[in-house]
Design a protein around this ligand. Structure first.
Ligand code: DQA
Length: 159
């Protein structure tokens, strides 16, 4: 089941601030329980909190979502075309497999920052290639949840 964070209180505020879509791919809903020796103990809710704090500091509205489904991620990237000024994406394993996400991100014509919690270059060979990097302004990996904050800071300078 996709996680769409309900933020009714921030709805009005979001419309006045430039929005960044922070999109998370498969299995990231298990953050905190899943292979903590690689991904750490922080949950996705902790990551979301960090992003919202950073968004407040930077004057950016944060739309934070997670899905285990490739097509749903494509739909959200298409939505970001008209609603966002930039995209932060941790596509999880789809990073290494998905031409559909690459095409959607290329079509979005927005600055994209690719994030990975782990340093994918210290891991298995199949994780060394990312399809989506071709559509990204930059890639941040290996810094855990802080990578999302670094990505938002980078986007704040770009947009
Ligand atoms: C990940 C790295 C991917 O290789 C992996 O499939 C993930 C998480 C990361 O954040 O380190 O699901 O994107």
């Amino acid at each position: 089941m996709a996680q769409r964070t309900k933020q009714p209180a921030s709805k009005g505020r979001q419309s006045s601030l430039p929005a960044i879509y922070v999109l998370n791919g498969p299995n990231l809903n298990l953050l905190g329980q899943r292979q903590p020796e690689i991904y750490g103990r922080d949950t996705l809710a902790d990551v979301e909190r960090l992003c919202r704090q950073a968004g407040e500091k930077l004057g950016l509205g944060i739309v934070f979502r997670q899905s285990n489904h490739e097509g749903e991620l494509v739909d959200w990237i298409q939505e970001a075309r008209s609603k966002a000024v930039g995209i932060v994406i941790n596509a999880g394993a789809y990073t290494h497999t998905s031409v559909a996400l690459l095409d959607a991100l290329s079509a979005a014509e927005k600055p994209v920052i690719e994030v990975h919690l782990s340093n994918i270059f210290r891991r298995e060979n199949f994780r060394h290639h990312s399809y989506i990097s071709m559509a990204a302004k930059g890639v941040i990996c290996g810094f855990g949840p802080k990578g999302y904050v670094l990505a938002l800071e980078a986007l704040a300078e770009i947009v």
